[in-house]
Write a protein that binds this ligand. Structure first.
Ligand code: ATP
Ligand code: MG
Length: 673
């Protein structure tokens, strides 16, 4: 069992005014019985707690009515779901025919053609480009016709290796229009990483740009693609768009994309696709091992992302939605592209970095574009809070209504900085827990009843249709509150992954075998005494000190509170007597001097006070940087290898951001040994 530690103590609650404490208790077990039948337009007016109740007690009615009312179908579905976790069978909206691009474009181009669909926030501040729904539909159709004229057809896999840009979004939607399956590869990955993904997915084509521009630097994308495809026999075409003026030498496989598109019609009939045809493949971040090629399909994914986008972020018609993720990650797929566009939103495409040209970039952009929702990551927030608050305060953030965080556990210091400095204490901040595999947000403070609390740094409430279950060490279901265990989900939801590309058995083994009949997330969670969920980190990152199980995220959270410590990573290392002991890697602010002894002593005290004595790291190593994935997540498995002195076998490091970090940390470790 996990000990009940301070992390789970009742914290200061942030609430909207209105209801008394008794009314606020959000224990789904004590909710009233489901409401009478109705269509989605009637149901959605119900209080959230009734909607949640309906979503888990009668998923067919809940999701069925939402799918009918919220999506445009080419042929109606005849069965809401046909799922069986034990065999990894997940089918939603069986028999339905749909086209995702129609729902993201045509529907809105008909209703409000001149509404801005995309604001491309280019690398240089103040040079943004706006693209309306009508324009995006036309560009998408031209691109779709170009693909078709090169014999790309339904079911073919197409790799997209492009920076965040309207043409990248059009490429995704063009694939969706003709039924091709896109696989986005973050345009910062090496040629080897790109090649591995192209080979795994057996892609027929790559869509890329000549160059990318990020943080004032040029990135030579086309040459990376050339190097990658040398080992990829499946590739027949390389479509090259021009992001910059720089010409590229065109080879045999290369197709000048912009030129070809101008020759093709701006109308392309959408392919009627089965609800369960693949929409895209996307590789996981590779934090814990080799990335998995996750398969998502059409209708269920679209419905789930559009609903989570609306409800979790309190999206309202006409809002400008600012998710600063790269389109190469699942967050970019679900909350830059598919969810917002399905809802007819104006979505921001952020091409730059949080510190270019200075650490005020995000907030200057918020002021200039009048952004209503701002969705970022703990790693970016930890970076920004190192700088003076004046970088935030000099810009007008009054347009902001909701703030969001995703990707890793958010530490308290970052949460409070984001909430009070950026959001001036008036914007709800939602810590959203989800995975590439879940398709969309599964646990987040929103939606909530008016006046219900948001607890800092806690994901809290399951979204509609999500039934979290915690499992104990012997595989037993943990009932009641104030318990911690492995986080599973007991029933299917429309946005969940359908398979691992080319290896359905691995899909079953990884997600449905560990706890038979349940989807296993790989993460741990605590259910508080109020029935809220706190993600405690990855199960791999749970350490056992003298029989006490500790989530390393909890120790990091305590360490990060020190003002001189922007970031830490804690791992468990073997110990003869205690079994395991915590080992902390600590990054210090640059201006704290050479002798960290006093700070480390203070850190020991912080952990002892905030958690308990046995959680105090036995070893500390001050490092300049931590190893991270290209999406900014700490790769603790690399740190374990450093301490175990097995860095000659690092495992899959294709998603490691900067391999030189490993050498740097090994050298620091060797010096201190
Ligand atoms: P891989 O599966 O290849 O090891 P990954 O798990 O990092 O990589 P993603 O799908 O990008 O790949 O990330 C999902 C994981 O990120 C979750 O399982 C969880 O560990 C972590 N995560 C995401 N959001 C949160 C959050 N709000 N709080 C805590 N952890 C989070
Ligand atoms: Mg994962």
């Amino acid at each position: 069992m996990f000990p009940k530690t301070n992390l789970y103590r009742k914290r200061k609650l942030y609430r909207t005014p209105g209801l008394c404490e008794q009314q606020l208790r959000c224990r789904f077990s004590s909710l009233p019985s489901p409401p009478p039948p109705g269509t989605w337009s009637q149901l959605h007016r119900l209080p959230h707690r009734d909607l949640y109740r309906l979503s888990v007690t009668d998923p067919d009615r809940f999701w069925g009515s939402a799918a009918v009312d919220r999506l445009r179908w080419m042929r109606p579905f005849h069965q809401v779901r046909d799922c069986d976790f034990s065999s990894g069978k997940i089918n939603w909206f069986v028999g339905g025919k749909i086209n995702v691009s129609v729902n993201c474009l045509d529907v809105h181009a008909e209703n409000h053609p001149d509404r801005v669909a995309l604001i491309w926030e280019r690398d240089e501040p103040g040079t943004e480009v706006k693209v309306t729904y009508r324009e995006l539909l036309e560009t998408t159709c031209r691109l779709a016709n170009t693909l078709k004229s090169h014999e790309i057809k339904k079911g073919d896999r197409v790799a997209i290796y492009m920076p965040v840009s309207p043409i990248a979004v059009a490429a995704m939607l063009a694939c969706a229009r003709i039924g091709a399956v896109h696989t986005m590869v973050f345009a910062g990955f090496s040629s080897e990483a790109l090649a591995a993904k192209i080979q795994d997915a057996q892609c027929k084509a790559v869509i890329t740009c000549n160059q990318g521009v990020r943080g004032g630097r040029l990135i030579h994308l086309k040459s990376t693609v050339d190097a990658a495809v040398r080992s990829c026999t499946s590739i027949q075409h390389i479509f090259v768009s021009q992001r910059t003026e720089q010409p590229v030498v065109m080879g045999e496989l290369d197709v000048p994309l912009d030129e070809m598109m101008s020759q093709h019609a701006s109308v392309c009939p959408p392919e009627p696709l089965d609800s369960e045809d693949s929409l895209f493949l996307l590789y996981t971040s590779g934090s814990t091992g080799k990335p998995k090629g996750i398969v998502h399909t059409q209708a269920g994914y679209l419905l789930y992302t559009s609903m989570t986008h609306q409800y979790v972020f309190d999206y309202r018609d006409g809002d400008v939605f600012g998710c600063v993720a790269d389109v190469g990650w699942i967050t970019g797929h679900s909350y830059v592209v598919y969810g917002p566009l399905c809802n007819g939103a104006t979505t921001v495409l952020f091409e730059s970095t949080p510190v270019y040209p200075d650490p005020g970039r995000y907030w200057e952009m918020v002021e200039r574009l009048r952004i209503n929702q701002f969705y970022s990551t703990p790693t970016a927030l930890r970076l920004l809070l190192k700088y003076d608050d004046c970088w935030v305060k000099k810009y007008d953030r009054s347009s902001l209504r909701t703030l969001g965080s995703v990707g890793e556990p958010i530490n308290h210091e970052a949460w409070h900085w984001f909430h009070s400095v950026v959001g001036e204490g008036r914007c709800p901040l939602v810590d959203t827990w989800w995975q590439t595999e879940t398709g969309g947000i599964c646990i987040a403070p929103h939606p909530l009843e008016e006046g219900a609390p948001i607890i800092p740094a806690m994901a809290m409430r399951p979204f509609f249709g999500i039934q979290p279950v915690l499992m104990g060490e012997k595989g037993e279901t943990l009932t009641g509150d104030s318990v911690s265990g492995a986080l599973c989900i007991s029933q299917p939801w429309p946005g969940m992954a359908r398979s691992i590309y080319g290896d359905h058995q691995r899909f079953i083994d990884a997600y449905f075998k560990v706890y038979h009949g349940y989807y296993f997330t790989g993460d741990g969670a605590h259910r508080s005494e109020d029935g809220y969920y706190q993600i405690t980190g990855r199960m791999d990152d749970v350490i056992n000190v003298s029989g006490h199980r500790l989530g390393t995220a909890e120790i990091e959270d305590a360490l990060d509170e020190h003002p001189a410590v922007p970031e830490t990573a804690v791992i468990g290392i073997p110990h003869d007597i205690k079994g395991e002991v915590p080992f902390a890697f600590v990054v210090l602010k640059e201006d704290v001097g050479d002798d960290p002894t006093a700070i480390l002593q203070h850190l020991r005290g912080l952990v002892a006070n905030k958690i308990t004595k046995y959680a105090v790291p036995e070893h500390f190593l001050v490092v300049k940087r931590l190893p991270k994935t290209r999406s900014g997540k700490i790769m603790r498995r690399i740190l374990r290898k450093v301490v175990l002195e097995t860095t000659n076998d690092l495992g899959d490091v294709s998603t490691l951001d900067d391999p030189s970090v490993v050498k740097e940390i090994v050298e620091t470790y060797d010096l201190k040994k």
